[in-house]
Design a protein around this ligand. Structure first.
Ligand SMILES: Nc1ncnc2c1ncn2[C@@H]1O[C@H](COP(=O)(O)OP(=O)(O)OP(=O)(O)O)[C@@H](O)[C@H]1O
Ligand SMILES: [Mg+2]
Length: 230
């Protein structure tokens, strides 16, 4: 029996309209992220990193190629099935945490539990313990405006983790943080990947964001190259 990695991208091609022509952004790109593995992607601005994450996260379709999530090939699926797979398996973290301004830290997490149909008591306990794990136990009842940038980002991570994702996708989660905070967020992501077995794909330019990765890749000319460890 072969086990399929939670996230597999095969021969992904993405082009965008460019005047009368089309420009190729991802050019037969292959990527696999194993359970419990954290992989970072660097690359020049405009090289296609965010595009790759949106394709891998089933937020947009590639022109050709196949994205397989938790063993399910997705290219032939309806939008409805893709949305279902995304909801059940994939969580996202962005450069700014995109928290809802009127909800406290713990309520941001409880909302996710509610959407997933979990019992309120179960969700409350899990949310509390996740916030504790991320060093936010005493910030649980603060609104986003009352939190620092690093704290907000950790709430965003807790919110992603409470969904118990198979695949976690993060677009520059450390870019807006100072080096110490960036390192702490990167360490939290790596620990979560390793301890919870989440296949984690992170766009990160900065050393702090990349140091904790199991593999470091660079997107160049539409393809991924292994970066030598420094
Ligand atoms: N919807 C779109 N239509 C046309 N072109 C697009 C679209 N989205 C992105 N692009 C172009 O595709 C290229 C890759 O964009 P992408 O956002 O993936 O780059 P990136 O590597 O994430 O860059 P950055 O580091 O600046 O975030 C860019 O040249 C961008 O202008
Ligand atoms: Mg980007």
């Amino acid at each position: 029996m072969t086990t399929t990695a939670p996230l597999v991208c095969r021969e992904i091609v993405v082009t965008y309209p460019d005047g009368p022509d089309r420009r190729t952004i991802l050019d037969n790109l292959d990527l696999e992220v194993a359970a419990g593995e954290i992989v970072t992607i660097a690359g020049d601005s405009g090289s296609g990193k965010s595009t790759l994450l949106t394709v891998a996260g089933l937020l947009r379709r590639s022109d050709s190629g196949e994205v397989t999530i938790a063993g399910d090939a997705t290219s032939g699926l309806s939008e409805r099935r893709r949305t279902g797979l995304r909801r059940d398996h994939i969580a996202f973290i962005y450069q700014s945490a995109n928290l809802l301004p009127t909800l406290t830290a713990i309520e941001q997490l409880q909302l996710v539990g509610h959407i997933r149909g979990h019992r309120p008591s179960t969700t409350r306990a899990l949310a509390g313990s996740l916030l504790d794990d991320l060093g936010l136990g005493d910030r649980a009842h603060q609104l986003p405006a009352q939190l620092s940038g690093g704290e907000r980002q950790r709430v965003g991570i807790a919110r992603a983790l409470i969904a118990e994702p198979t695949v976690l996708i993060a677009d520059e989660p450390t870019a807006s943080l100072d080096p110490a905070r960036a390192d702490s967020v990167a360490a939290i992501l790596a620990d979560a990947a390793h301890e919870r077995g989440i296949a984690t794909l992170v766009v990160a330019h900065d050393d702090a964001g990349r140091r904790r990765a199991d593999r470091r890749l660079r997107l160049h000319d539409g393809n991924l190259l292994e970066e030598p460890s420094t």
